[in-house]
Unconditional design. Structure first.
Length: 238
């Protein structure tokens, strides 16, 4: 099967020659730079250079596998497979757990891995697959987050990071939650704040009141809880 874009460009685009190598490297750098800029704009650690290097390395690995397949009759894509494993390892190590029991960097981690796959498709000369995959990645990172936030804000279940001024106020908080038409599914004490003087918890909440389900979003509920005098700090965990 010949790639449609490669057909339009000509036979040179499918072969591993000087011009096609330059094209693949340039395409790898440009597309990964766009993805990296999107992550950098949201102040994520893995930004522009990281995405470019990952895509470039995977692109080079795939081209090297292609060269070895032609020159030494090796059909095993060992170098590109090793590259995917390496990127997956880096991605896993970039996921962090904050002191508020929140997972940080998960989207960036997966995006980094996907960018590695993008580099492989470019290196293999699959230009059509590359552009479709790139468009899907950009949509996933740039356009879907607002829709995801909307869905989460309308869900009947959410989790909050709660800081009370004193442990004695926990019962008051539980009582208030029930009066508002909410149900506490789980409360977990956060040991990271053990010597801070505050009583800190991760609280899983379900909306049980039909009225709340109809008219209130998580933001409005949390804003109401924030007004309680014994609540030092509260936010929804993402």
């Amino acid at each position: 099967m010949t790639d449609p874009i490669a057909q339009l460009l000509g036979a040179w685009a499918s072969e591993l020659g000087f011009a096609s190598i330059l094209l693949r490297i340039a395409l790898s750098l440009v597309l990964s730079a766009i993805l990296g800029c999107e992550r950098s704009s949201k102040r994520h650690a893995a930004g522009l250079r990281t995405f470019m290097l990952v895509s470039l390395a995977c692109c080079a690995a795939m081209m090297l596998d292609g060269f070895l397949a032609d020159a030494a009759a090796m059909n095993l894509h060992l170098i590109s497979a090793a590259s995917v494993i390496a990127v997956a390892t880096i991605s896993v190590n970039s996921v962090l757990f904050s002191s508020r029991s929140q997972i940080k960097g998960l989207t960036t981690s997966v995006a980094l891995w996907a960018c590695g796959i993008l580099g492989l498709t470019i290196g293999a000369g699959f230009y059509t697959v590359t552009l479709v995959l790139f468009a899907a990645l950009v949509c996933s990172l740039s356009f879907f987050p607002s829709f995801e936030r909307y869905l989460k804000n309308r869900s009947n279940h959410f989790e909050v990071h709660l800081e009370l001024k004193n442990i004695a106020y926990l019962q008051n908080f539980v009582t208030t939650i029930r009066e508002l038409g909410l149900k506490i599914d789980d409360i977990e004490s956060n040991s990271a704040y053990l010597h801070s003087g505050l009583s800190v918890y991760s609280v899983s909440v379900s909306i049980s009141s039909p009225e709340l389900k109809k008219y209130k979003t998580h933001s409005e509920i949390i804003e109401a809880l924030r007004s309680l005098e014994y609540v030092y700090y509260i936010e929804e965990m993402t």
